[in-house]
Design a binder for this molecule. Sequence first.
Ligand code: UDP
Ligand code: MG
Length: 317
Amino acid sequence: MNVPLANTHLAIVVPCYNEEQVLSETNRILSGFMAEMQKVGLISANSGIYYIDDGSADKTWQLISAFNAENPNVHGIKLSRNQGHQNALLAGLYNAEGEAIISIDADLQDDVSVIKDMLYLYKEGNEIVYGVRSSRNSDTFFKRFTAHAYYWLLKKMGVNLVYNHADYRLMSRKAINCLKEYKEVNLFLRGIVSLLGFRSAIVFYERVPRFAGESKYPLRKMLGLAVQGITSFTVAPLRMITWFGVLVSLSSIAVAIWVIFGKYVIHNAAPGWASIVLSIYFLGGVQLLSIGILGEYISKIYMETKQRPLYFIEEII
Ligand code: UDP
Ligand code: MG
């Protein structure tokens, strides 16, 4: 890639939730990398790093303030409380200054060195550059399996995500301005970014285990994000309920015919209560599940109509 080096005004956005254990190391690496890129003229002198403190309860904000005191190009945005990874990311994307913005996790799991490749691809005219994991070797079997099944499921339902891409990506100012046009409260960034269109590219990298601390995405939050990804992008589950209902009704007609046939043609006494009880449980289950899925969508509508703000900023440095 031989594109002339052209002083891009870059911002790196890093959401942080209780990351005191990794943040110093993260800042050392990111700042060092920024300095190096500035020296070779890849990025401009006013390029900066933005740490978003997503309502941490530990020393995360004190650390960010210290980084800022040391280097004015390191900024901090403190949210008023924990709003979740996606909202923290948005707070960063919407408030950081720069012509190109890269979002990356605080835990150094994503390979920082591909930032250079992202910049080259941006200079070549790509508005979005996705960081994609070349393998999932650093994940547990469970996470690998569920992730795989999830992408498959979403694809079947008509949502096209970039496979194995999380939230490590470069977006141009133009792409971010378009992102702002999406006013929904139930944001699933990965999905929306691929809806934006524009010329885009992919860089591959190897994801390593967390440098320190533990995942801030416990199973509960992960499931929440997964459901969000489905319900805010497709109504396929609602349609599935309808088809399933049709299927169950048709089979119950078939069973009715079979019962009548048994009673009047072969004079076989009615079978015991098992068939009745089982079908009651089965239909009860199907109904509860269906109501649950409907509820998920209705709760989405409920939240959207409120048009609640996504986050409040307490302080910016
Ligand atoms: N994070 C956040 N708010 C939250 C949970 C997580 O800002 O409520 C941040 C966290 O600090 C990290 C990123 O989101 O920078 C991804 O979290 P983590 O690395 O724990 O997730 P995993 O890599 O295990 O999926
Ligand atoms: Mg992580």
